[in-house]
Write a protein that binds this ligand. Structure first.
Ligand code: ADP
Length: 806
């Protein structure tokens, strides 16, 4: 069928047909099949409220004789009590409200003078009545003496030994066929849409000429209301298709709104649609047993007989037992399948979560597991459609995917519970035709966190041809129930090439998909928890760092400011120092060349004045001339000193090795006269080391210091001076010149090295206040320092350091 819209129309017809069929009151037909009698009993006293209108033939009693009577009228007190006891006990066991587990009871009833054995099958209806169905044992030629358990022993043993499912199904069909002697016994399996396929078939030779093995039956063959009934009533029997239904009488008023519920009745009359269906198939008697996989109706054991054939209750129970055993095994297999998938999901989850811990994003972590995620669901594509969007394998393009999600929104009512799956998307959603090659089948689960979206697995079309039992067709029938559609006329195999249909989603896959969603939420929430913690930690760290940084910044800012200021200050003082130096040097130059000459003139002429005109001058005049001479003398000294000071910078720019022994000895010799005058003595701790400096500057240094030691001697004692040296640190020697003079007050010990600083008036001690400034300049020139330690009245020690010569 190539044309899609034609196919679609066909499908709609089948749907209509199915709906028509689904309207059938399958559970409450108000009639039974004639191979037994039905009594509706009151809950309280087991009074007969209604009964099937065949009690005369079946039980040899008139309806009127039994109606509103106690059942004991029919069964006698003893048998009634026996059944009542069983019912009470079963109700107390409280296993099943319908008492489906209640064992049947053989009862004796005298029918028209003849003792007959019946199977009394009792259950409780939804409406609260007890329904007793009586099937005469003489309907069956050799009623089995064994109970259902003995009858199925061999079947169960073989089933337990089966390793493969196909093997198991084959055992089931042949064992059921052996028990009930039907011509065809099939295991019929529903897919997710309840289309059925025959997966095992026993076919008695010389009976039906067509095998249904592998053939598919559309879901319309067993409509939803019938399937619903099959989930409650596990075994149905129609011994003779051509039966005449027996009404249940009398019609009671309450039935108007609530017709008698025959869901669990074993005699229940079946839908004419079903009878017609059997007729077309050439089936006279049929029995079917429900098979479950967990709660879900998995399929049927369907039995067909070409001849009418009654199966007694014991045998039916044996078959039901086989069906239940198969159901248990199916559930087990299902559990194993699910378990396997859940294990794989565990592995995936662990790996994803390990990736998350390793710092990958959720999407990346999932992508790393794409092979397993696709294998898990036997899918070719998978998408997590949320704000991030994770696509793996073959997934429809973005716009189509978005459109699909919007369409899914309209399909899923309760997003928290909802799940949507189909193996033929384009049938449900026309726009999917253009993405059929990628997404014939989809399984979609809504996700809510962090934003509403979907998990969608995509399956590509499965290329296969399906063998249907008959071509779907519409047949309008007008009968006593109005216009309806009858089943197709032929069950001859109709081949359909599957287009745009994928493999079905199994219930294990559906469960795993839901579990996947749960895992996703767990991973997300653990990720967010982790991220939140990390974030908090990070925030804290950032805050701390920011605070530290701002403190450091402030400090830096201040430091820079200070540095800027001090640099500026330094620069300023350097400049001013330079200027001052230059001024001084210029001044020294000026004084040495320009001032010395007029000064000499003043001094010479003052001298002449004294020599030539002292007789003409009075005493005062002579004194004034002496003052002039003294002044010029002092001025000359000052000029000499200034010159010396300024020359320090110019002289000895190349430092050489100088022996301090020599320098000190020569200086002391040079000062001989001064020492002799003051009765002074100099002691030198020889040998003094050699230094790297300029010899004449060092002599000037020593000369100044020794001169001061003599000049500032104590009035009470002659000067005793000692000169020595010691190692200062790795590169310098420290020299000292120690005297026993008047000492220097502590507050003056710094300033004495400044220019022109003198502690005494010039009439007390002669001097210019330049000597120590020259000393400092010399020491600094060679990288050393000079300082004094002194005590008033006791003496002073002048220390200075000079670089070692080596
Ligand atoms: P001056 O030409 O006045 O000696 P200096 O620069 O040589 O100038 O000395 C500065 C001042 O330091 C002196 O005026 C004196 O007061 C004090 N001074 C220097 N050497 C000594 C010393 N050995 N003992 C005491 N005072 C001293």
């Amino acid at each position: 069928m190539e044309n899609f819209s034609e196919e679609r129309e066909e499908l709609n017809k089948i749907k209509e047909q199915a709906e028509d069929c689904e309207a059938e009151p399958v559970a409450s037909p108000g009639a039974i099949q004639p191979h037994g009698a039905l009594l509706v009993l009151s809950q309280k006293n087991f009074d007969i409220l209604q009964l099937s209108n065949n009690v005369a033939q079946m039980l040899g009693r008139e309806v009127e004789d039994l109606l509103d009577q106690s059942i004991s009228q029919l069964l006698g007190e003893e048998q009634t009590q026996l059944i009542r006891k069983k019912v009470v006990a079963e109700r107390e066991r409280n296993v099943d409200p319908y008492l489906r587990s209640l064992p049947h009871t053989p009862v004796n009833i005298t029918v028209n003078g003849e003792d007959k054995v019946f199977d009394a099958i009792v259950h409780r209806s939804d409406q609260g009545f007890y329904l007793m169905e009586l099937e005469p044992r003489d309907l069956y030629d050799d009623y089995p003496l064994e109970g259902p358990h003995q009858l199925t022993k061999s079947a169960i043993l073989q089933m337990q030994q089966a390793h493969q499912m196909s093997n198991l199904y084959n055992i089931v069909v042949s064992e059921v066929a052996r028990l009930i002697g039907f011509d065809r016994v099939m295991v019929y399996k529903f897919d997710t849409d309840y289309h059925g396929q025959v997966v095992a078939e026993y076919l008695r030779e010389g009976t039906f000429d067509v095998s249904y093995m592998g053939i598919n039956f559309p879901n319309t063959d067993i409509p939803a209301n019938a399937r619903q009934l099959y989930t409650k009533n596990w075994l149905r029997l129609i011994p003779n298709r051509e039966y005449e239904a027996v009404d249940i009488v009398p019609f009671r008023k309450w039935q108007q709104d609530d017709p008698l519920d025959l869901t669990l009745s074993v005699l229940r009359s079946v839908s004419p649609y079903h009878i017609e269906y059997l007729e077309i198939m050439g089936v006279s008697a049929t029995m079917s047993i429900s098979l479950f996989e967990g709660d879900r109706l998995w399929g049927l054991i369907a039995c067909h007989s070409q001849q009418k054939r009654y199966i007694p209750y014991t045998l039916r129970m044996a078959c039901e037992f086989i069906g239940q055993s198969l159901s248990l095994m199916l559930a087990q297999r299902q559990d194993r399948k699910l378990e396997k998938k859940l294990k794989l999901l565990d592995v995936i989850t662990r790996k994803v979560s390990a990736n998350l811990v390793a710092g990958y994003g959720l999407s990346e972590a999932f992508m790393s597991q794409q092979k397993d995620i696709l294998a898990l669901m036997r899918a070719q594509g998978f998408a997590i459609v949320d704000h991030i969007k994770t696509y793996m394998g073959s997934v429809p393009p973005e716009p189509q995917l978005q459109a699909l999600c919007s369409w899914l929104d309209t399909q899923i009512e309760d997003r928290r519970k909802g799940i949507y799956f189909t193996y033929q998307l384009s049938r449900e959603y026309e726009a999917a035709r253009e993405i059929e090659e990628i997404s014939s089948g989809i399984l979609a689960i809504p996700i809510e966190h962090p934003t509403p979206g979907y998990l969608i697995w995509f399956r590509q079309p499965a290329e296969k041809t399906i063998d249907w039992a008959g071509k779907p067709e519409k047949r309008e029938v007008r009968d006593e129930r109005g216009i309806r559609y009858s089943p197709r006329r032929s069950f001859a195999t109709w081949k359909e090439k599957l287009k745009g249909r994928s493999e079905h989603w199994t219930s294990a896959e559906i469960q795993v998909a839901e579990e996947f969603r749960t895992r996703l939420y767990e991973l997300q929430s653990s990720l967010y928890r982790h991220m939140e913690q990390e974030n908090k930690l990070l925030e804290k760290k950032i805050k701390e760092r920011t605070e530290e940084l701002s403190v450091a910044n402030e400090m830096l800012r201040q430091a820079i400011k200070r540095k800027e200021i001090s640099e500026e200050e330094l620069l300023q003082s350097l400049t001013s120092l330079k200027t001052a130096n230059e001024d001084l040097e210029r001044f020294a130059y000026v004084t040495s060349h320009d001032l010395r000459e007029p000064l000499r003139t003043i001094s010479n002429f003052s001298q002449l004045l004294t020599n030539k005109y002292s007789s003409q001058l009075d005493e005062k005049g002579i004194k004034y001339i002496e003052f002039i001479l003294e002044g010029t003398q002092r001025m000359q000294t000052l000029i000499e000193d200034l010159l010396r000071y300024s020359r320090v910078q110019k002289k000895g720019n190349v430092a050489k090795e100088v022996s301090m022994d020599n320098v000190v000895r020569e200086t002391v010799k040079f000062m001989d006269l001064m020492l002799a005058e003051s009765d002074g003595r100099v002691e030198v701790s020889t040998p003094l080391p050699s230094v790297k400096a300029d010899r004449s500057l060092l002599m000037q240094l020593l000369q100044n210091l020794l001169a001061n030691a003599i000049k500032y001697r104590h009035p009470d004692r002659p000067p005793r001076i000692s000169v020595g040296a010691e190692d200062d640190d790795g590169n310098f020697y420290r020299f000292w010149v120690k005297d026993n003079g008047i000492g220097i007050a502590e507050e003056n010990q710094h300033s004495i090295f400044d220019m022109f600083v003198r502690l005494f008036a010039s009439d007390e001690y002669e001097g210019t206040g330049i000597g120590l400034a020259i000393c400092q300049r010399i020491v600094h020139k060679f990288g050393g320092v000079i300082y004094v330690e002194s005590e008033l009245d006791k003496g002073s020690v002048f220390y200075f350091t000079l670089p070692k010569s080596d």
